[in-house]
Design a protein around this ligand. Sequence first.
Ligand code: BGC
Length: 482
Amino acid sequence: MRLITRRGFGKAAAATAAVCSGMTLPEFLLAEPKPVRLAFPKGFVWGCATAAYQVEGGVAEDGRGASIWDTFSHQPGNINHGDNGDVTDDSYHRWKEDVALLKGLGTKGYRFSVAWPRIFPTGKAPLNPKGLEYYDRLVDELLKNGIAPYVTMFHWDLPEALPGGWQSRDTAYAFADYAGFVAKRLGDRVQHFMTTNEFDSFTDDGYKSGVSAPGLKLDAAGVNQVRHHAILAHGLGVQAIRAHAPAGTKVGLAEDPKLYCPVMETPEHIEAVRKAFRDNNAPFLAPILDGKYPDSYLAREGANAPKVAEGDMKAISSPLDFIGMNCYHGDYVRADDSKQGYAIEPVPTSHPHMASTWIRLSPECIYWGVRTICELWPEKVPLMYITENGTSSDDVLTADGRVEDVDRVMYLRAHLTQLHRAAEEGYPVKGYFLWSLMDNFEWSDGFSTRFGIYYVDFKSQKRTPKLSAEWYRATIAANAVE
Ligand code: BGC
């Protein structure tokens, strides 16, 4: 008869396992198995993230102006199933309930965005007082529940009334005025502000491919100028926030840099990752941290390179207190003999991906993203946060009210394991914001793509915790991945 030991091994396997663990067989059989526990640093900020247009609804309430996303989502053919953000999660009314969800998870931080057209309906002063009151209430409720607000000033809902949108340099100045104003009014309670969320998502997607608002397809010169105005807005915004918020307020941004992992962890491939990172983040993060566009980018763009006015680069490279990195997937890179010194590996058709095909499974990218940024700009990056990480899943609500999103849990665990490696090796990662607290308006995908750890029934507005919410609660409580 086959003997099964108390640790589930057959007798022969137990003897081998005992040798491997340096114990005698009896010691091994008596010892309790040691669970793997990846503890995060003390004080690590566990949070969730959302964005105004994706969760608030209430688009025509209390004097809010129109944003380019209202217009875009109402144009037929732009959004899956003709969905729009008019109501979405109705967080404009259910904010208390949503703060209670955050509290129930044990989160210490909530990253949300302020809707610019609620504050300044035309993009510029005067203030719409009722718009500001909404964020006053939200901030107060968060603080009452021991949750720190992390406020993004711009998550794509640009006031429609601003002439030319991001094609106009004036928009950068309007943004700085708006950001300074919000910092002045919320800065007595909010200690962390982010200027903008994901440059390429509102510049390239909005003005190059046109899949996002305002849905334009400009030529290369036009796109580069839009990109330049976006980073200029960020830089001027940093200065305005610092000028209006109390001393000590932390200012950063939330960016989704193109992320790269080495095919093998050897010095030459790691160096190739650094080259690929700077080169492919040339329009955004590189000038923000270097104070100039990379020469290779300017050479590549030639006559289409952005027009830079005097003083722009100084503003753009204003010092930051932290870099927020949004992270969903990365590519694999190898060193080669080419002039640029690296090659980005083609993606095999068999490469696994999540429900959204663009989320190719590559959890090491969170480690390599943090490490590469810290290695490239050691002086410029005092702290890092993961400002977004998460995945869509084909969630199914069972008749008895469960959502067993094991794939999302697998994805999150894999990324947090890699983030733990970064923290363990001493990279200054201070917190992690899961995208997203609840299912919401997923831009051009509408409501069919679900990213939440709470399932939302968009008819009844009922929020149901998924397995991932249970898992995240346990992770936060343990301050560890177990
Ligand atoms: C954006 C979110 C979006 C998420 C999932 C990020 O790029 O900041 O607004 O919902 O990805 O697509």
